[in-house]
Design a protein around this ligand. Sequence first.
Ligand code: NZQ
Ligand code: ZN
Length: 392
Amino acid sequence: MLNFDLCTPTEVFFGRGRENEVGGIIARRGYKKPLICYGGGSARRTGLLGRVEASLEAAGLEYAELGGTQANPTAEFASYTARFAREQGCDMLLAVGGGSVIDSAKMAAYCVETGWEPWDITMKRVKPAGRVGVGVILTIAATGSETSNSAVLTHEGLKRGFSSQLNRPDFAIMNPELTFSLPPYQTACGIVDILMHTMERYMCTNGDNELVDNISEGLCRAVISAGRRAMAEPEDYEARATLMYAGSLSHNGLTGAGRECGLWAHKLEHEMSGLDPKIAHGAGLAVVWPAYLRFFANRGAGQGRLLRYAVNIWNVEPDFEHPGRVIDAGIEATKAYFSSLGMPGTLAELGLDEKDIAVMADKCTSGGAVTYPSIVPMGRAEAEEIFRLCAG
Ligand code: NZQ
Ligand code: ZN
């Protein structure tokens, strides 16, 4: 097990009805006026915003509201959010939604008092030393942004993440019932994203971390099973609760602890949804991940990890005589599961084609200047090869 740092300070309030406590939670922390940030309107339509407003009023808090955060949020909207919060005299941002609303609020929070631009922070032109408060009411189990140290914005077709310990929200309210209203496609995208945050870290270059391997395999098996149940029965509370808690555990640092790993397939996906913001993050990942694994298998790389992945996560029968067959079966099981969720399997199904491949490979590696230390180091040529495997 390698040395690691881990600090997950976000206070989690998990379970039925917990959103009704938001006023008290904010007042106890000493904040006076939250800006409620939300997306395209699902939080209003489901009645959630009404309950949040009532709780804030009962706690004697003033508040302002700003809807309209887009999926795959833009730096421009985060900047507008910061200006609006400043004009309204807000001292914290309350994100009511999924990864997009949360990430936009996280980045805006650095800019309310400083007047900085969120994109300058993302591109590391300025380094924040503080922020106004950030709280979350989560409505989709997916990104883990509710406790993670990252936030992702898009600016002029470039989608980039910013990681910092300051990105971890002050608190996250997680009521699995709030996810009952999700369209099946979004539920499925979330399931893929949750799995990916653990599976990618599982494909590490040091295979000596038995504890974290076991945590990861257990998490993935629970998510695969809960995912099936939530797709079949959207109001299955236990399935939704498993997905929601797993979403946080998958991306709060737990499954990367002591491992030499990184989210390199995520880098490839971000080029897809950066190119076309209508592509949902989880849908892009569903296309990239089997191709990424196939790329290793074709090179005979990472065999030990791929075998363990197939047997311990996908229940493939071990076959010591024919390891290649076991690895292939693991990749096919992954594809079949994603497909059973209704996820796309090829670039064409995402609306991308041949001409996009070189563009994405260039952007992902800054024109070949960057090589990611994955099991096979991934530079421009390797990124292009993986994108070609995504073509089907
Ligand atoms: O905008 P509204 O109307 O709310 O609708 C949203 C949106 O259309 C809808 N939705 C959310 N909760 C709902 C609901 N509809 C009905 N009922 C509910 N309860 O779902 C759609 C997708 O929402 P979004 O927030 O975009 O989804 P997600 O949570 O998957 O976030 C994706 C964004 O997070 C980034 C992704 O790249 C993408 O930009 N990521 C953030 C990470 C982080 N900060 O740690 C890590 C991830 O790897 C990821 O990159
Ligand atoms: Zn993700």
